[in-house]
Design a protein around this ligand. Structure first.
Ligand SMILES: Nc1ncnc2c1ncn2[C@@H]1O[C@H](COP(=O)(O)OP(=O)(O)OP(=O)(O)O)[C@@H](O)[C@H]1O
Length: 309
């Protein structure tokens, strides 16, 4: 379990983490989400006592990280996969860590096997691809067989196979009853991996809830309608308080009216329907909606649908 209370970090005038209080529980994957610069890495560094909070505190299993007797057995973390001595082989990198942390050397082969690096274990890690480097970083985190695991943007730059592997690994670690905290700015990724979400923007907590609750609370349900009488139905919907956007495939996307009401309107106006379906916004859409005001840098986004009226 990881617990933060009023956790705050300032760098001069800049407040990187602003009064965060949260609990990361065992047995589930907790997604730590936020746009670039939201304060995710700073929070993770404070959990590991690599940065000192300006105020507030964070504990791991009830203790400050520095007070843990054998940190590698309690917490494993992947913060920066590149922070590895390139001249060493994966095997020797892990063996050094095992020896200096009083861990059994057989654990090195076990974790190399778990991350699929056994075949290249004796090669210098300097020649490793991004994906191999990530796997080695994950092997390092798993070395002490810790009950708490933290991964900072673990899928960054990975190919689809690597992403799927990491996703399944996170889930299986949580299914074993471990505490798994994984940061990402990729909402679509968290949608498939996380059970619980901590969403931050500009250092502040925006949401602390399950993935389902997050989508339900933050995304309006839209209704997709296809009809040969689009213009007529669009007018009727708009008059009844709905909003209509034309989709590139000719369908209409209706918001602010429930599906039943759209169906009834079509019936009342004698409009033939070829499709009437609910469209739940994805986590990506819900997240962008929620953090719109807390993104550090905005760029113009080309619109994908056209307002009808
Ligand atoms: N050592 C530092 N000195 C000054 N400012 C810092 C330092 N570290 C982080 N910051 C600032 O604190 C804020 C939070 O940064 P942080 O790296 O924690 O965000 P993040 O959510 O991990 O972002 P990203 O997804 O881009 O990695 C940013 O505005 C960043 O510029």
């Amino acid at each position: 379990m990881i617990e933060a209370v009023g956790l705050t970090k300032r760098y001069g005038e800049r407040v990187a983490v602003d009064n965060l209080s949260f609990t990361v529980r065992p047995g589930q994957v907790t997604g730590f989400l936020g746009p670039n610069g939201a304060g995710k890495s700073t929070t993770m560094r404070m959990i590991l006592s690599l940065d000192a909070p300006t105020s507030g505190r964070v504990t791991v299993n009830g203790k400050a990280f520095t007070a843990l007797d054998n940190p590698m057995r309690e917490v494993g973390a992947l913060l920066d996969a590149k922070a590895i001595h390139g001249g060493r082989s994966a095997y020797h990198h892990l063996l050094c860590l095992a020896q200096s942390n009083n861990l059994p050397p057989r654990r090195v082969d076990e974790v190399l096997d778990m991350v699929g690096l056994s075949g290249v274990a004796r090669k210098r890690s300097k020649g490793f691809s991004l994906g191999m480097g990530q796997r080695l970083g994950i092997a390092t985190a798993l070395l002490g067989d810790p009950r708490i695991l933290m991964f900072d943007e673990p899928v960054n730059g990975l190919d689809p196979e690597g992403i799927l592997w990491i996703r399944n690994l996170m889930k299986s670690l949580a299914a074993e009853g471990r505490t798994v905290l994984v940061s990402s700015h990729l909402m679509s990724e968290m949608e498939h991996t996380a059970d619980h979400l901590l969403v931050i923007g500009r250092g502040r907590m925006i949401a602390d809830c399950t993935v389902r609750e997050f989508i339900d609370r933050n995304s309006a349900l839209a209704v997709r309608v296809r009809t040969p009488d689009s213009a007529f139905l669009a007018e009727a919907v708009t008059r009844s308080g709905g909003k209509v956007a034309a989709q590139p495939d000719g369908a209409l996307l209706v918001t602010e009216l429930p599906l039943q009401r759209v169906g009834d309107l079509a019936f009342e106006h004698g409009v033939r329907l070829h499709e009437l379906s609910p469209l739940q916004a994805s986590l990506e859409q819900a997240f962008m909606e929620l953090t719109r005001d807390s993104v550090e840098y905005h760029a113009a986004v080309p619109s994908t649908s056209q307002e009808v009226r």
